[in-house]
Design a protein around this ligand. Structure first.
Ligand code: MSP
Length: 522
């Protein structure tokens, strides 16, 4: 069991057959927002991402380009690493399955499992989905006209001598796990899908193959077999933690993934972990707390695909970043993305609409109003610190209503709601009218303190997504301590930070360029 104050979140490790696209950056950004919020709460966070390198499609993509697999994998792993830096991802490690630390771990696990009989040598014949690197059960293959249920590419018939993992032994423990831990698979609807499929029965799964070239991890003691890429890949979550100073992060708090790879994470992975625990006498590899599967982005109303060529690629994402700022992209991901069971449409017009209404007209404009009024009516300073009473019903209602989503991403929208309520409070109390009469000055000072202080609290909810602009707000209001704590991935005290009264009397609010200038389409 991990200690209460540690929090381990992972993204999938991504295939290096190509460069990153919106789907990869999206998952990494959501994981990043969760990780940042948890650091603010005071948890000791470990945030892992990386690349999955031993897939056949990596070999094929390299050879199409006349490159060695290693060279192509290196190039793309570098592209992922760089993209994550460019998009503000604060991962603590980046694991590549081609690294020695990982390969050794995989070999060790497979040997352990062979020793207990959870891995055995057998014969397999079935329908193989080359695009997904997995066998599809007979019934599912038939149901989808012998095409990939995910990519619709034709399945191929394959027969081979394989090592198998005895998944069939784990139906009962899996159903028990899902029963015992209602948060094991999220969202709820995905959990029901998983339970339904387990009840159809679990067959043993092949975990090695022969004749696929030499790119991969060899089966220990039988080098003509290569370990199946999915078994290799899933183990990244453990191999990265397998050093003394990281063991306390185990088990993973959340594996954040999308619906395409739910089965592997929700069924094969925990079964594998149960088998490993058995082999190793329950050493440290207990099952994760939660597997969270979000849905997919589609693009301008259509599924993104290689053949349609409508993937929102890195170049386009950089375009959005340059035009609107990184925060705007992260904000769109956080508030408009397919985090639940519905797919989300990424369209340029929607992006602009959300940018203008939530960021330019709300988050940016509200700050601007507060600063301008403070400068005009109070010489730039918050001269009167007041308690949180009298905020106005709406602001009080919003401030006390906390989002319930399990990842805490909803706090980003909550921050925006708070700011809308600040605008409502300004509208209601009309400090700009009151200020016309000098005898109202203390009332104006109180109103402006309440606005600035409510904004400060909202900024803390917004920061995990709007990291650059909220850091800017803090620096314009003399709040350097949050930045100081958070900049080295330190842990904060969000509960205390969001308590009323963080802005001290006499705080100066500095003017500066608009946080989110309104965007007018050329
Ligand atoms: N290598 C495997 C995962 C192994 S994890 C032990 C893999 N890689 S992948 O490169 O195909 O990445 C799949 C993941 O990318 C999805 O689960 C999701 O996180 C992200 N996305 C890919 N396309 C996506 C969308 N269109 N929309 C949102 N996220 C998507 O599968």
């Amino acid at each position: 069991m991990n200690s209460d104050d540690s929090f381990y979140i992972s993204t999938p490790i991504f295939y290096v057959n190509d460069r990153p696209h919106i789907g990869h950056i999206y998952t990494a950004t959501i994981a990043d927002i969760v990780a940042r919020r948890q650091r603010m709460i005071g948890r000791e966070v470990f945030f892992l991402t990386g690349t999955d390198e031993h897939a056949a499609k990596v070999v094929d993509a390299a050879s199409d380009r006349g490159l060695s697999t290693r060279a192509w994998a290196d190039q793309n792993a570098g592209a992922f690493r760089k993209a994550f830096q460019d998009f503000g991802i604060s991962n603590d490690d980046f694991i590549r399955t081609s690294e020695q630390r990982h390969i050794e771990f995989v070999e060790k696990v497979v040997s352990d499992l062979e020793a207990t009989g959870d891995v055995y040598l057998g014969q397999y014949e079935g329908w193989y989905d080359v695009s997904q690197e997995e066998y599809v059960p007979e019934s599912r293959a038939k149901e989808h006209d012998f095409c990939s249920p995910i990519t619709r590419k034709p399945l191929v018939r394959r027969a081979e001598e394989n090592y198998f993992f005895r998944l069939s032994e784990y139906s009962k423990p899996m159903l028990e796990l899902l029963e015992r831990n209602p948060d094991f698979v999220k969202p709820e609807a995905r959990k029901n899908e998983v339970i339904g499929r387990i009840k159809e029965g679990l067959a043993d799964v092949p975990i090695s193959r022969t004749g696929g070239g030499d790119w991969g991890v060899r089966f220990p003691g039988n080098p003509k077999h290569m370990i199946y890429v999915w078994i290799d890949a899933l183990l990244n979550y453990a191999s990265a933690i397998d050093i003394d100073r990281r063991r306390h992060y185990w088990p993973a708090t959340v594996h954040l993934i999308a619906k395409d790879i739910l089965w592997f994470h929700a069924v094969i992975w925990p079964s594998l972990l149960m088998a490993i625990s058995k082999a190793r006498g329950n050493e440290w590899l207990s099952v994760p707390n939660t597997v969270y599967a979000h849905s997919f982005w589609i693009s301008e109303g259509q599924k993104m695909s290689k053949s349609l060529g409508n993937f929102i690629d890195l170049e386009q994402l950089h375009g959005y970043k340059e035009r609107f700022g990184l925060d705007a992209l992260r904000f769109f991901f956080a508030t408009q993305g397919p985090l639940d069971t519905m797919d989300g449409d990424f369209s340029r017009s929607r992006f602009i609409e959300v940018y203008n209404s939530d960021l330019a007209n709300t988050v940016g404009n509200s700050w601007n109003r507060i600063v301008n009024m403070t400068r005009r009516y109070c010489a730039g300073r918050l001269n009167r610190k007041v308690d949180g009473e009298g905020l106005g019903a709406e602001l009080e209602r919003i401030a006390s209503k906390k989002p319930q989503d399990s990842l805490g991403v909803g706090y980003v929208s909550h921050g925006v709601e708070m700011i809308k309520a600040i605008d409502g409070y300004i509208q209601e109390t009309q400090p700009f009218k009151l200020a016309k009469d000098a005898s109202n000055s203390s009332q104006v000072e109180e109103i402006l303190y309440r606005c600035a202080e409510s904004y400060r609290i909202a900024s803390l909810y917004l920061w995990p997504a709007l990291t650059e602009k909220m850091t800017e707000v803090w620096s314009r209001s003399g709040l350097f301590s949050y930045t100081e704590v958070l900049k080295n991935r330190g842990s904060g005290d969000l509960e205390q930070w969001t308590a009323w009264g963080g802005l001290s009397e006499g705080t100066e609010l500095l003017e500066g360029p608009a946080l989110f200038p309104r965007y007018l389409e050329e």
